[in-house]
Design a protein around this ligand. Structure first.
Ligand SMILES: [Zn+2]
Length: 189
């Protein structure tokens, strides 16, 4: 009787020890799981800042709708990430005060006061209107370039380089004129 009682106690202790060990093990796995979850979330935040999936944008239209609404050149640049020929855009010469909006959705992107003559043949700005862009990157030319997208419709605008005017931001937003429309300031004479 006593023997079986001792045996029972021992086996109970064994179970208890196993249980404690298992609980500790579970805590470890739970911790590991949490760490993994956190690193996944950090990754997700990065993706959110640089959307590659165009279904994330506020303005959504079918390819056919974009084709119907945009000119061939606008569609090629904005929806197919094409590049217009250098020196081809009439917006290169615009220097009057106003706002450059996305030709696809009307989102205000750039202002004349931040435009400068870069000599590249494309309208160039040293900064965008805050919060108007989404950034991505492409390696079409064999090296990584920061791609500027309209933050509202995801349309391709151009690229951003760090060889802009040193006296201001040092950045050069090299933008296709076909992706933009110019709206002069109303108060101008
Ligand atoms: Zn847009």
């Amino acid at each position: 009787m006593n023997k079986s009682k001792i045996q029972l106690t021992t086996s109970c202790e064994n179970i208890e020890i196993k249980y404690i060990f298992w609980t500790k093990k579970m805590k470890f796995f739970r911790l590991l799981f949490l760490i993994l979850l956190c690193s996944c979330e950090t990754g997700a935040q990065k993706v959110e800042n640089t959307p590659n999936d165009k279904s994330e944008f506020e303005v959504q239209k079918s390819e056919q709708e974009w084709k119907d609404e945009l000119s061939d050149l606008q569609y090629y640049v904005l929806r197919k990430a094409g590049t217009e020929p250098a020196n081809s855009s009439p917006l290169n010469d615009v220097d009057e005060p106003g706002t450059f909006v996305c030709a696809a959705c009307g989102n205000s992107l750039y202002e004349t006061k931040h435009k400068f003559e870069s000599g590249s043949g494309w309208p160039s700005f040293d900064r965008s209107i805050e919060g108007s862009l989404a950034l991505s990157s492409d390696t079409k030319l064999g090296y990584k370039r920061d791609e500027a997208l309209c933050g509202q419709c995801g349309g391709h605008l151009g690229h951003i380089f760090n060889d802009g005017p040193r006296e201001t931001t040092g950045m050069r937003h090299c933008i296709n004129g076909a992706a933009l429309e110019f709206i002069p300031d109303k108060n101008q004479d």
